[in-house]
Design a protein around this ligand. Structure first.
Ligand code: ASP
Ligand code: MG
Length: 453
């Protein structure tokens, strides 16, 4: 079985984490029948990208001395970790790490003198975390008897020039992945690459945007047509509910990509679904796994997973939304009303989340109330409008909602006497959305969770 294994910042945070990582990769290789070597994609060590972001900011503010001090400390941290996880290749690795930091320090000094950090320079600064973390991990493998090859991700992942949020050129990247990564795997070497970073067609360093390492993993996985992409992190997977609200949620064993996307909006922030799209469109399953509990099955996301019969996949909620009720008798059998109404929200750049309508009224929820007064004023030009704050959205997600009409009723019944302000289910019937009072959220979530899990 061929796999891409991506390790996030906490899974490479320190020597212990890196040693766990090596154990996990060994285990994966032992498991796979043909002992094929995996691709390992790593994030920067935990917190490093945040520090680099701060350093670039200091340069922009002309605080060169402060930036230099930060970089000094960052270099020390990397040297300490590098020394702890290597032996034979230690001297070479330490020299490589020093060299990367020397270059970075020179760059940051120049930027601080100019007090100017372009998006392109910012990427050059931000990228260093993944350059050094991948070098360290590759060397650690080799020293611990796992044949490995460090591949500079910037020579493989080709992007456009939208610095700080670059998009991959899949055709060119796949060509290079096949030319540079595949041969290493065929030779039995674990290919180690930094996530998040790439380069333009002209070779200028770029990044995919914060959290971009998952995206890198999906891109490499799609290019190499692997059997699975593993996202190793510090949680057990996606949960059936927020543990701060429901005491003992379960791990969702598998879910569809569409379900994952519905849940992501509600802050089930294990990964951003759009970042795994390259994998999902090629039908490659993505598995979320806990690097502290590698024996757990985690959560598997695929294009078309179905939960077990009679079950939902997960429930999620979002508090502190505002409901706006808009009523107009002019709406009755008139056309163009909704356009007018939504134009108001557009004009004030406010996103609408849940929408329900009757013949003469429309209710919507908004998250961002900064322009609420202006919105209401404008709505008053053609309708009655009122708002109610301290409301919450609960969303129950499950592909089964389509096939099993009893689930909807079961959900509503379980909420018993809790007043529901809005209820919505779209034609995709993959989720049911309830809008209720903030104060009813804990009770409602518990009831739903008891009913379905
Ligand atoms: N290190 C980068 C970040 O913190 C990318 C990643 O970890 O996914 O945003
Ligand atoms: Mg991350």
């Amino acid at each position: 079985m061929s796999v891409v294994m991506k390790f996030g910042g906490t899974s490479v945070a320190d020597p212990d984490a890196i040693n766990r990582l090596i154990g996990i990769v060994r285990g994966q290789q032992a498991k796979s029948a043909n002992r094929s070597a995996p691709v390992v994609v790593v994030s920067a060590l935990a917190g490093v990208t945040d520090t680099l972001v701060a350093v670039a900011q200091m340069a922009e503010d002309g605080e060169g001395a402060r930036a230099a001090t930060e970089l000094e400390a960052l270099q020390e941290r990397h040297l300490t970790v590098a020394a702890a996880v290597t032996s034979a290749s230690r001297a070479k690795l330490l020299a490589d790490v020093r060299c990367e930091f020397q270059e970075l320090t020179g760059l940051v000094h120049a930027l601080a003198v100019l007090r100017e950090v372009s998006p392109r320079s910012r990427d050059a600064v931000h990228a260093v975390g993944e350059v050094v973390s991948s070098r360290i991990v590759a060397a650690a493998f080799a020293d611990q008897g796992v044949p490995s090859a460090w591949i500079d991700a910037r020579t493989v992942l080709v992007t456009d020039a939208e610095h700080n949020a670059a998009a991959p050129d899949m055709i060119e990247t796949c060509e290079r992945a096949r030319a540079r990564v595949a041969p290493e795997l065929a030779a039995g070497n674990v290919a180690v690459l930094g996530g998040f970073i790439g380069a333009t067609a002209h070779g200028v360093t770029s990044t995919l945007g914060r959290g971009g390492s998952d995206y890198s993993a999906a891109i490499f996985g799609a290019c190499l047509d692997v059997d699975e992409i593993q996202i190793w992190t510090d949680v057990d997977g996606m949960l059936t509910a927020d543990p701060r609200i429901v005491p003992q949620p379960r791990v969702v064993p598998q879910l569809s990509f569409a379900e994952a996307s519905e849940l992501a909006y509600f802050g089930a922030k294990v990964l951003h679904p759009s970042t795994i799209l390259p994998a999902v469109t090629k039908n490659i399953p993505v598995r979320i796994l806990n690097s502290r509990k590698p024996e757990n099955a985690g959560t598997r996301i695929t294009a078309d997973a179905m939960p077990d019969a009679g079950r939902l996949t997960a429930i999620a909620c979002k508090r502190d939304v505002t409901v706006i009720d808009i009523t107009s008798t002019r709406m009755l059998m008139a056309h163009g009303f909704l356009r007018r109404l939504f134009e108001v929200f557009e004009r004030f750049k406010t996103a609408v989340d849940v929408v329900t309508t009757s013949e003469v009224s429309v209710s919507v929820t908004v998250d961002d109330t900064r322009r609420l007064e202006a919105i209401l004023d404008n709505l008053h030009n053609f309708a009655e409008a009122s708002c109610e704050r301290e409301m919450a959205i609960i969303c129950a997600v499950g592909e089964n909602l389509r096939a099993d009409p009893t689930l909807f009723g079961k959900a509503v019944t379980s909420l018993d006497r809790i007043p529901l302000r809005l209820v919505s289910q779209a034609a995709s019937r993959r989720n049911i959305t309830f809008v209720l009072r903030n104060s009813d959220v804990p009770h409602a979530m518990m009831r739903l969770h008891e009913t379905f899990f």
